[in-house]
Design a protein around this ligand. Structure first.
Ligand code: SF4
Length: 451
């Protein structure tokens, strides 16, 4: 049974940034497949070029504009051969730039915000009909997820599933509340239905996504409010779904029921990504994080009490405006107290339109570079210690794909570590016990234990 039109057109889709953009790109390509688009890795062959952009990093918009220079040339070369190329900018830079994008880059036909990509097929048709560029960055009333094709096409063993979007926290350094809008939680039934479809396609592990995922408050089929802890319990009843993960969380939304889910639900992986950003209470207040360093540490203690084998990762910003050496030391103290299995660390970068961008006390790049280096040395040391402690232990590994060598497969441990071991291709999609034998720079090596 064929679904939608036979592929006659090609789409080149490049994704920048976070897992939510990866998920959005998957949903976009599924919607376009229904409209007859097949994916291509070659921009020159594409009838439709989409950049799904990220606004988190410094000069994010500049990078998109420089990429658009090359795309304009490709569009002109194809036009000389009588071929049409529709250029689309999606994601958070599209949301932030809006009309400015078509003014600065006339080669752009469509500018679509993260809440509007379900309208892509009809916007392309409109652009082709009247040849006018279209900017769609308002937050639409219709439910994007209801409009997207039901059928999920992913063939992987692990998949992302967006359950919550937007953020109401307004951390002073962050653009997300402006580019992704207010917090919205998808209805429980919609999420369960999508999860079942993914499992029916061979997915064994699902990572629930949200900018503030543990702030999830979806409505269940009885009209009652359900938290992330409740959603995890519901998902854990799906046969064939073996592992559940979620990211990204805020310490203030780590409810007792979610901590209890870590205690009770084996399918919920013992790995928690919990950003703390900075160790000084004065800086945390200036960031508008609305919690103290001590509250973060006691939260971690409560989580570890519920699930003693849990591992933590985090996000940290160094060099926030006004941060003193002493306040930076407070950040290092939190790291030494908590011990992280992995972490993402960044220099503060002033994001246009955020309160922190115009705060006094902006630090020099040299100071920020020095602090980032000292922090990353400590974090790398902790990651190495965590991985080394895994040698000799046996972990259930979900095998995902073939490795570099013949007869080798690569999979993920419960701690998201990449693990390679010799196994038959038939083990892909299976969870097998692996005894860890050694630690490499980016992965662990092990031996499959007989069941
Ligand atoms: S909670 Fe996260 S997404 Fe929300 S404003 Fe803060 S940093 Fe940004």
């Amino acid at each position: 049974m064929s679904i939608g039109h036979a592929p006659t057109k090609k789409v080149f889709l490049k994704t920048y940034g976070c897992q939510m953009n990866v998920y959005d790109s998957e949903r976009m390509s599924e919607a376009l497949a229904v409209d007859g688009y097949a994916s291509t890795e070659t921009m020159e062959d594409a009838d439709l070029i989409i950049l799904n952009t990220c606004h988190i990093r410094e000069r994010a918009a500049d990078k998109v504009y420089s990429e658009l220079g090359r795309i304009r040339d490709i569009k002109d070369e194809r036009a000389a051969l009588g071929k049409t190329t529709t250029v689309t900018i999606a994601g958070c830079v599209a949301q932030a730039e809006g009309e400015e994008m078509t003014r600065r880059a006339p080669a752009v036909d469509l500018v679509i915000g993260p809440q509007s990509y379900h309208h892509l097929p009809k916007l392309i048709a409109r652009n082709h009909a009247d040849g006018k560029s279209i900017v769609e960055t308002q937050f639409p009333d219709d439910d994007k997820f209801k409009e997207l094709p039901e059928r999920r096409r992913t063939l992987a063993t692990a998949a992302f599933l967006t359950v919550q979007e937007g953020c109401d926290k307004f951390c002073t350094f962050c653009v997300v509340p402006y580019t992704r809008g207010a917090e919205y939680s998808r209805p429980v039934a919609q999420i369960l239905s999508e999860a079942r479809k993914l499992v029916s396609h061979g997915v064994r592990e699902i990572t629930l996504l949200g900018q503030n995922v543990n702030g999830y408050h979806g409505v269940d089929t009885h009209g009652k409010d359900m938290t992330l802890g409740g959603l995890v319990r519901e998902l854990a009843t799906i046969d064939g779904l073996e592992r559940i993960r979620y990211m990204t969380s805020h310490p203030r939304d780590m409810g007792d029921d979610l901590i209890a889910a870590h205690r009770d639900i084996d399918k919920l992986m013992p790995f928690l990504h919990l950003p703390f950003q900075a160790g000084s209470d004065r800086i945390l207040a200036a960031m508008n994080r609305k919690h103290t360093a001590a509250e973060f540490v006691s939260l971690v203690d409560r989580v570890r009490l519920a699930r003693p084998d849990i591992a933590l990762s985090t996000d940290i910003i160094v060099g926030f405006p006004g941060e003193t050496e002493g306040e930076f030391q407070a950040t290092l103290e939190i790291v030494k107290t908590v011990h992280f299995a992995s972490a993402y660390s960044f220099k503060f970068s002033a994001r246009p339109g955020t309160p922190a961008a115009s705060m006094d006390g902006q630090l020099s790049e040299d100071v920020k570079d020095d602090r980032l280096k000292r922090l990353q040395d400590l974090l790398m040391q902790q990651q190495r210690t965590f991985n080394a402690a895994c040698v000799g232990k046996t972990f259930p590994v979900l095998f995902e794909k073939a490795g570099r060598y013949a007869g080798q497969l690569i999979g993920r441990s419960p701690y998201l570590q990449s693990v390679h071991a010799d196994a038959d291709m038939s083990a892909i999609g299976k969870i097998l016990p692996v005894e860890i034998a050694s630690v490499g720079p980016n992965s662990l090596a092990g031996v499959v234990k007989s069941l």
